[in-house]
Design a protein around this ligand. Structure first.
Ligand code: GLA
Length: 388
């Protein structure tokens, strides 16, 4: 992304002005392990990517927020003197949701011109929406001197998505986009929000993201269905042992209590969550000990659990992971994000990457008729101001 080009478009769209343009960036994320645990008070282990969303913004002296993006042909204007309303399925709902959450906290912005530009593949499950929310929150906080702490900005991003956009996501994506650190993954306890930055020392191994290029069709409704299944499990277990969320149970405790869950399918959903927490803890331990093979094995097991117990994978993700795991230089491979399409994440030895891309690409295409995309991830920083 060339900031100079973005600035040029900004001035063409909004005209020159004496007010300064400020620039911000917030990344997308990839989750290494700990999937569908965040809304269950569990553990996640994501990292921020080097691609994300850029934002240029300037005060316009008026009472309107003007939105534009380089990614679609859609612009918008919203008056600060009227109640904010959701605009269908427009991308504007993400930044507007953030402004609305600021207003809920009695923090008022003034008229601004905004231009966004993202380089995260759309709908790939790499959190382009969280990056829009986080870049917006970071920009407005800085521009209007609100002095909101980073973790609160993360919550504002999540609230924007839950309350304004209407997607019931957990906190992982906004957290990773807001708090990411170069060459580190983030170990977050989603109940207490305690976290630790863990150095990603991969010695000759790279993180390869593979995009199924399958749109995540029913993702939102299935996502909500999984959330309610987990709530049901909590409710039934709580009749004999009150718990606020599934992550309060160890695997052994779950074995003793699981018969209290009436439906077999709900039991499997709960088993995924509790076993995934256990895998995530063990994976971080393995990484800290430099045992990357064990980390990879736990990634593979995570995928199996998401496929069999949680049922959020589907043909495309399963084919990609199967094919990836057949390559000798693959340390581990699993789906990442919500599932139902989107991307996989694999750890691959550098010398095998060329073979990985060629063989996994060909075999996936043969079995699905779709060409996948491959990205070699660079782990970058969280949301920040940039020089313009
Ligand atoms: C989506 C949600 C996250 C998380 C993952 C699954 O990315 O936005 O909050 O629940 O799915 O781990």
């Amino acid at each position: 992304m060339k900031i100079e080009d973005l600035k040029k478009t900004f001035n063409e769209l909004y005209g020159e002005s004496d007010n300064d343009i400020s620039g911000y960036f917030a990344p997308g994320r990839v989750n290494l392990i700990g999937e569908h645990t965040d809304y269950n008070g569990g553990y996640v282990f994501p990292c921020a990517l080097s691609f994300g969303t850029y934002l240029l913004v300037r005060k316009n002296g008026g009472r309107k927020i003007k939105f534009a993006t380089m990614n679609f042909d859609h612009r918008g204007e919203v008056s600060l003197d009227e109640p904010f309303e959701k605009e269908g399925k427009s991308w504007i709902n993400y930044p507007l949701g953030v402004v609305s959450e600021l207003r809920n906290r009695a923090l008022e912005v003034e008229g601004i011109d905004m231009l966004y530009s993202g380089d995260i593949p759309n709908g790939a499950g790499l959190s382009s929406s969280a990056s829009i929310e986080m870049v917006t929150g970071t920009a407005l906080n800085d521009l209007f001197g609100f002095q909101i702490e980073k973790m609160e900005l993360v919550k504002i991003g999540q609230n924007a998505e839950n309350n304004f956009v209407g997607v019931n996501c957990g906190i992982m994506d906004q957290f990773a986009s807001g708090m990411g650190a170069k060459d580190h993954a983030l170990f977050l306890n989603c109940e207490t929000l305690d976290y630790e930055k863990v150095p990603l020392v991969l010695n000759g191994i790279r993180i390869v993201i593979t995009n199924t290029n399958k749109r995540r069709g029913l993702a939102d409704s299935k996502y909500n269905e999984r959330r309610s299944e987990c709530e049901k499990a909590v409710e039934e277990i709580s009749k004999v042992r009150p718990i606020p969320n599934l992550s309060r149970l160890s695997l052994d405790e779950f074995k003793e209590l699981k018969e209290n869950i009436t439906e077999e399918v709900v039991r499997r959903r709960a088993h995924h969550v509790i076993s995934e927490n256990d895998r995530t803890l063990r994976a971080i331990d393995a990484l800290n000990k430099g045992d990357i093979e064990e980390f990879g094995e736990l990634m593979n097991q995570s995928h199996n659990s998401l496929r069999d117990d949680y049922e959020v994978t589907g043909k495309e993700l399963d084919v990609l992971v199967d094919e990836a795991q057949k390559i000798r230089g693959t340390i581990g491979s699993r789906m990442t994000g919500a599932g139902f399409g989107g991307c996989t994440v694999s750890l691959v030895k550098e010398e095998s990457i060329e073979e990985f891309i060629r063989v996994v690409g060909d075999n996936y295409e043969k079995q699905t008729g779709v060409t996948p995309d491959f990205y070699i991830a660079e782990v970058g920083d969280g949301a920040k101001r940039i020089e313009v």
